[in-house]
Structure formats: C-alpha cells, structure tokens
Design a protein around this ligand. Structure first.
Ligand SMILES: NC(=O)N[C@@H](CC(=O)O)C(=O)O
Ligand SMILES: [Zn+2]
Ligand SMILES: [Zn+2]
Length: 428
C-alpha cells in the first residue's frame, strides 16, 4: 500500500515537495516517482505537519454514549488533524482498572481512525481515597502511561505523593486537574470583577496555583513526572517557570479556549461558556499565549468535553462544565498563536504534536516529517477559513463555544500509519 502526497510544504517551509509513503513509513521526500498503484493526495502547496496528539480528551464511553462514543470521538479527532488522543478516565464505570482501560484501547483500534490511549484513574472511582491499581493498568494491553483523576483534583497531598512515587517505577506521568476543592465550593466562574458584578460565585486563581505549587514540590522530591492539565492563570505560569528552573520534571498544557476566550463571555449567561477551570481575564490569556510560545507551557490539549443538551442548555449553575474542542483546536491555535506571530507552523508542530507525544510516551507519534519516520501526518490549508456549526461537527454533542465564528486554517487531510483517515472534511 503506497500513498504519495504531492506538492506539500513540510512545516510550511520551502518549496512544495512530494512525500512517498510505503507500508506506513515515509520512504522518500522530494520529487518522487509515483508507484503505479499509489493513492495520490494533491496538497497544492498546503502545510504538512506531524499528526496532532491530544493529551486530554473526554470520549464518554463507557457510560454516556448519548454524548460521545469512541467511534464519534475518533471521527472528530481525525477530522481535527489528530492521529492520537488520550481518553480521560472519568467515564462510567471509571477507567480505574485494566478491564476498562483495555476495552477503550481495543475499541479505539477497532474503529481505526486515531490511536485512543486510555488515561487510567489515579484513585479508585475518582474518589480520592485510595490508589487505583496503576501497575495492572500499565501492564495491560493498553500499556497505560498517563494517570489522572481529571474532573476532580487529587486533593490529598499524601495520596498525591504516593501516586507520584509509584509512577516513577512505571515510567508514567500523573496528570493533575489542579483545583483546591476547599477554595472552589459552589464556584461558577472566574473570581474577579466580572463575576462580582454579574453575581457568579467565584473560582479563584489561587485554587489552581496553590495545587500546582504543591504538586511541583512533591514531584521534585519524588523525582517524578507531573503534568498540569488545562493551565488557566498567569500565576500558574510563574509557578511553572520557577519549578522548571529548579529542575522539576513538570510539563503543562493549555486548552484552545483558554488561549482565545475570556470571562467577558459571562455577560451572555450562556452556559456554553461554562468550563472548568473557568474562562479567565484578558491578562491571563495574554500570559498563557506568551508561555506557550516560550515553552513554559509545553503543549495544547483540547479538554474536549461533550455534554448533552439537557445537561448544558439549562440555567448556569445547573449546567455541566466543558466544551467541544477536537475539530476546532487547530483553527483556534491559528487565530490565537499563528496570526499574532507568536508561533510559526514549526511551533504548531511542537505544541500540538511533538511535545504531547513525548509527554504521553508515544514513540511513533510527534516524529519529524522525514524519511524513515512513521507516516502520521496532518495536511493544513493555512489560507482557508470556515464557519463553525456545532450541528455539523462529528461529535454527538454540539456544545461548541465557537458557534457561528469564522476561523482560519482548515485541516484538509489526516494520515494514520500511511492510511488517509479524513479528507476534505469527510471520514475515510
Ligand atoms: N473541563 C470541564 O469543564 N469538564 C470536564 C472535566 C475536566 O476537564 O475537569 C468534563 O469531563 O466534562
Ligand atoms: Zn479537568
Ligand atoms: Zn478534562
């Protein structure tokens, strides 16, 4: 099986080249002689990047298949340019044992559109009381290497310390949803001028920053790897910089929505804007963008969080937090980072593919677009624009905060191990 991508610009640099892919591996770059049986993908000078890797997605299977399944979520991922995603453990039942994590992995391979790597829960039932069997999940067919109680924080410092210590023997990383629960009881929105004026109970920046600081110290002393989920405040950036400077093995992600949207959206009272952690201020957004450009924040992760209409389109306080993200991530990053000149396409490859693949221990993703490398690739038309319509996205749920927005940059094809999984907005 061979595929030729004709006239693509790797990383958006230089003159267009042809890329020959045989048996899932890039075998030639340049002007290539096209094998007779080869499939042709005409790139027309578009940008060729390594396939995107999402460290943080909620696929809702098992348990809430009315909002997303591994099937529908894989389609959304492929259409968004992803070749690998990490599916969070807050399903029902919780992915706190190898039975569930192996099921998620197997189902992802059956669907075959994207590698679905299950995240294992840190604690049994996400209850924060006792450690789950991390070792059994690591040894299963899913070979789990990322553990997280995302949705809730591992708040108990002793449990967090034990999880970090235990993870070192598994070469795993603990991904923390940093939210001190005692500081966010009843919280509904970023605690600030907007929430005060509009009457939303506040979610203070310090609830995130205090946990990140604590966990960085625990990780440093345990010589363990910590990953901070969905960084949302300027203060967290300062803590991360301080921790990295002292040699802490800490990595961090930021979501597309925290790079683009602010608590100005609270004015609408529309729960489509409700998310955890909450949308912050313009000043936070500016600092998050700079930190991502600089590398203090390592990568972009979507925190794709589908919710049913009845759980979302209700009064603000009753609505579930979370937003769709897989199919809009690239375009939002283009708007927030590429258009203002904070990242070029090589930088996009770094934050959406290379760094997340390295953090998630995926040897075959996030690799350079070079001969001998696995053909996990994404083709992007940087000049195109599109209008977001929740109903037209591949997800079962439709809770996008970008409804009706015109966004730059379109994913025109995704290639997984040499096979086209998505092309011109359609699943292959
Ligand atoms: N981000 C959210 O607002 N919601 C996530 C949970 C989480 O990421 O904390 C969800 O599972 O819906
Ligand atoms: Zn979270
Ligand atoms: Zn999440």
């Amino acid at each position: 099986m061979s595929l030729v991508i004709k006239g693509a610009r790797p990383y958006g640099e230089g003159e267009p080249v042809d890329v020959l892919i045989e048996d899932g591996v890039i075998t030639a770059i340049g002007p290539v002689s096209v094998p007779e049986d080869a499939e042709i993908l005409d790139a027309g000078g578009q940008v060729l990047l390594p396939g995107f890797v999402d460290l943080h997605t909620h696929l809702r299977e098992p348990g809430r298949e009315d909002t997303e399944t591994i099937d529908s979520g894989s389609a959304a991922a492929a259409l968004g340019g992803y070749t690998a995603v990490f599916a969070m453990a807050n399903t029902d039942p919780v992915a706190d044992n190898a039975l569930v994590t192996d099921h998620v992995w197997r189902r992802g391979q059956e669907v075959g559109l994207v590698d679905v790597h299950p995240v294992g829960a840190v604690t049994v039932g996400l209850k924060g009381e006792k450690l789950a069997e991390l070792g059994t999940m690591a040894k299963g067919s899913a070979a789990v290497r990322v553990f997280s109680d995302d949705g809730v924080c591992v708040a108990d410092p002793l449990l967090m310390r034990r999880a970090l210590e235990y993870s070192t023997a598994l070469d795993a990383v603990i991904a923390q949803h940093a939210e001190e629960p005692r500081l966010t009881v009843g919280a509904q929105a970023h605690e600030g001028e907007k929430s005060a004026r509009l009457g939303y109970p506040g979610w203070p920046a310090s609830a995130e920053e205090s946990i990140v600081a604590r966990d960085c110290l625990l990780a440093l002393h345990a010589k363990a790897r910590l990953h901070v989920c969905h960084v949302s405040t300027a203060g967290t950036v300062d803590v991360l910089r301080w921790a990295k400077d002292r040699g802490t093995k800490v990595s961090a992600e930021v979501t597309p929505h925290h790079l683009l949207l602010t608590d100005e959206r609270l004015e609408t009272y529309d729960p489509v804007n409700k998310v955890n952690p909450p949308l912050r201020t313009g000043g936070d957004v500016e600092k998050l963008r700079a930190a991502l450009a600089e590398g203090v924040i390592d990568c972009v992760a979507t925190d794709h969080a589908p919710h049913a209409v009845q759980d979302k389109d209700t009064e603000w306080s009753a609505a579930r937090p979370g937003m769709l993200g897989l199919q809009t991530a690239l375009s939002v990053v283009a708007r927030a980072m590429v258009e203002p000149g904070l990242l070029d396409w090589r930088g996009v490859a770094r934050v959406m593919s290379e760094r997340p693949a390295a953090i998630g221990n995926l040897p075959d993703h996030g690799r350079p677009v070079e001969v001998g490398e696995p053909a996990n690739l994404t083709l992007v038309d940087p000049a195109a624009e599109w209008t977001v319509r929740g109903a037209e996205l591949a997800s079962i749920a439709a809770n996008t905060p970008y409804e009706g927005m015109r966004l730059p940059a379109v994913v025109t094809a995704t290639v997984l191990r040499g096979r086209i999984t998505a092309r011109e907005g359609k699943i292959c």
